[in-house]
Design a protein around this ligand. Structure first.
Ligand SMILES: [Zn+2]
Length: 273
């Protein structure tokens, strides 16, 4: 049985992002409990757990819990996650089949405390390694050759460099990786300690926040401060301070970086069965 939700029930990605920005610790809690899911779904799951007073922990579909020797307790309501669906569509004009991906929301997941039965094996969070991430993303780390010592790092096409004296090397690393994933097809980026105000920079800083806080690395507070400033200005001038489209790009890039750095890549847990 599938639960189709009306659009009004589904939080926007931009709203989830603002929630994560304004609540320090939220991203790390979401990552600890739900790291095998996409970053957007981690936050979606955590927010639902908080609203219903459920203890965050492992989540699985009904059949997967059964496989693990546990059953969903009577009367428990499933949590909703977003699933990518790949479909084929026939293009009559070109006389060929096209595949496209769309996203649907389904309520099919239950958190550990909604189930009972066999004890679970303890869950360990996989280690994340920067060099593994860079290689898996087909990005090259090149020597830092900038003559301006204020520059913390740069991104050019599929290359990044981090100043060996960078104040917050992990923050800069995530920021530059985000530029490569999202922006360098349109030009190069050099970043100083003070990030200029532009949508590209908000996107890169938000990716750095999601990655840095998920992994508990230093620098997250600087990203948070920058984004909060941006949001505050948004309240006065522009209601859509971070456009929904940017929020989607941010979640996608953070997800790619986090998955790329883990020993076990590609765990498509979002696809039930
Ligand atoms: Zn930048």
């Amino acid at each position: 049985m599938e639960n189709h939700r009306s659009d009004s029930d589904i939080p926007k990605w931009s709203a989830l992002l603002v929630e994560a920005v304004n609540k320090p610790g939220l991203i790390m809690e979401a990552y600890s409990a739900f790291h095998q899911y996409s970053v957007g779904n981690q936050l979606l799951a955590l927010v639902q757990c908080q609203m219903r007073g459920l203890q965050p922990g492992p989540i699985n579909t009904f059949p997967k819990w059964k496989e693990l020797g546990r059953i969903v307790k009577r009367g428990e309501r499933a949590l909703m996650l977003c699933m990518p669906i790949t479909r084929k569509r026939r293009d009559e004009d070109a006389d060929e089949e096209q595949t496209f991906t769309s996203f649907i929301y389904r309520a099919r997941w239950f958190v550990l405390t909604q189930t009972e039965g066999q004890q679970l094996e303890p869950i360990t969070i996989p280690e994340w390694d920067a060099e593994r991430a860079i290689a898996a993303l087909s990005i090259e780390r090149v020597p830092f050759d900038h003559t301006d010592g204020n520059v913390q790092g740069f991104a050019r096409k599929r290359q990044i460099a981090i100043n060996p004296l960078a104040q917050l090397p992990y923050k800069t690393l995530f920021h530059e990786l985000a530029h490569v994933i999202l922006h360098t097809s349109e030009g190069d980026f050099s970043d100083t300690e003070t990030t200029p105000r532009s949508l590209c920079e908000v996107e890169a800083e938000a990716v750095a926040l999601l990655c840095g806080e998920s992994l508990g690395l230093e620098g997250s507070n600087f990203c948070r401060g920058y984004i909060q400033n941006w949001l505050r200005r948004g309240v006065e001038g522009n209601a859509e301070a971070i456009p929904e489209k940017s929020a989607q790009k941010i979640f996608r890039a953070a997800d790619q970086i986090l998955r790329a750095g883990r020993a076990l890549n590609a765990q498509p847990e979002e696809h039930p069965n």
